[in-house]
Write a new protein. Structure first.
Length: 393
């Protein structure tokens, strides 16, 4: 097991605040529901985190890589500047997230954490590189990466890379469907109340669903062609975004020295996932979310040859326990895969779910939480802390 060293003593510095403010969320669940996941009030997580010391990591150790995936809120649409709701206002006026600035009040740069962000270009343009620098606040928008990077940089003495590979408007049930996923049947009810049995795509199938022949069921073949409104073939398939995001992350790691100067090898130590909005718009995808999530976790570990990599996911901020509908199904699935819930014994000590509702400052995933930077920071702190805790297992 990799030994962790607290470069800036995260756990010691936060111990007193955590002991006083910790509110366990794993209360006794209803008999038919999985135990909810654990997180802490935002103020108890990063309030006492230290400012970066400006020193590099121990470069004799391999880079600890944490791959961030999801859709638009993982990409990041929180505003850095622009008054109320911005990161600048939260730090300068509300005196939150003091670890993001140096003693002079400017954005502090961490020399032990690398921030890399890639995205598949549209129209077959290949991988685009958006960030490749030491962790520091920059640009006009942000996701949870700043908080995650500081949490992990504080907890780990080895060099850290936060590697984000994702794009917005992607569903786990279609775009991010992992390899090995099989076709299934589900009933779809249209706006007029008409129910139709459909076959939903397995990995590399297209389109996402097609009418089932009652005599053939799952054996009903998909349409010979899938065309757009202009009559042109659609170049997409179930799992295409999964393939792109994984391939892009691997490209970064294949050229490690370009993305972490002086690196002496790497280890994929963890995956961090924030997603679910698009699946919430499809009842069949929502009902299948838990099964897809389990396969997603296992497949990522296989594809990166990282069987011991930890996995942290966050729920949607607007989703509340006990809610129904597709959103409730997704929340239930996300809580169920938490290793502490007990439903998946193989995930004990290596998968954790952050319940984001108490950390949200309004809005929904589809509204990008009204671009409120505090939501992105507070959820990021919780995910980073959850990952650091798993690394101690």
């Amino acid at each position: 097991m990799r030994k962790l060293f607290g470069r800036t003593s995260l756990f010691a510095l936060a111990a007193a605040a955590a002991a006083a403010a910790f509110v366990p969320l794993r209360a006794a669940p209803a008999a038919d529901a999985p135990p909810p996941a654990t997180t802490k009030p935002a103020a108890a997580i990063g309030a006492n985190w230290p400012k970066p010391d400006g020193k590099p990591a121990d470069m004799t150790k391999p880079v600890q890589v944490f791959i961030l995936m999801g859709q638009s809120n993982m990409v990041g649409l929180g505003k850095v500047t622009g008054g109320e709701g911005s990161l600048e206002t939260a730090v300068k006026e509300k005196k939150k997230y003091a670890y993001l600035t140096d003693d002079a009040g400017t954005w502090a740069e961490r020399k032990d954490v690398r921030n890399v962000r890639v995205m598949q270009g549209r129209g077959g343009s290949g991988m685009q590189l958006f960030n490749n620098e030491w962790m520091v606040v920059k640009g006009t928008t942000m996701g949870p990466e700043y908080a995650i990077g500081h949490a992990l940089g504080n907890a780990i003495d080895a060099p850290v890379m936060v590697l984000k590979s994702c794009i917005g408007n992607r569903s786990l049930g279609w775009d991010l469907l992992p390899p090995g996923s099989e076709r299934y049947e589900a009933e779809v009810v249209d706006r007029q109340g008409k129910a139709t049995k459909k076959v939903f795509a397995g990995y590399k199938d297209k389109p996402d669903a097609w009418d089932a022949d009652p005599a053939k069921g799952l054996a009903t073949p998909p349409p010979a062609q899938w065309l757009d409104k202009a009559g042109k073939p659609i170049d997409w398939y179930a799992g295409k975004q999964y393939d792109d995001d994984v391939a892009n992350a691997k490209k970064v790691l294949a050229e490690l020295d370009k993305h972490y100067p002086g690196a002496k090898g790497y280890e994929v130590a963890g995956f961090i996932f924030w997603q679910g909005e698009k699946d919430g718009g499809n009842a069949a995808h929502a009902a299948r979310y838990e099964q897809n999530m389990v396969r997603f976790i296992k497949q990522l570990r296989k594809d990166f040859d990282a069987p011991k990599a930890k996995f942290v996911l966050a729920t949607l901020g607007e989703a509340t326990k006990g809610s129904d509908g597709p959103g409730g199904k997704i929340l239930e699935a996300q809580l169920a895969v938490d290793g502490a819930a007990g439903k998946y014994p193989e995930f004990k000590g290596n998968v954790a779910t952050v319940y984001s509702n108490p950390l949200s400052h309004g809005g929904s995933g589809n509204s990008h939480y009204n671009k409120n930077a505090e939501t992105y920071m507070d959820v990021g702190e919780a995910m980073g802390k959850a990952m650091a805790d798993l690394l101690k297992e």
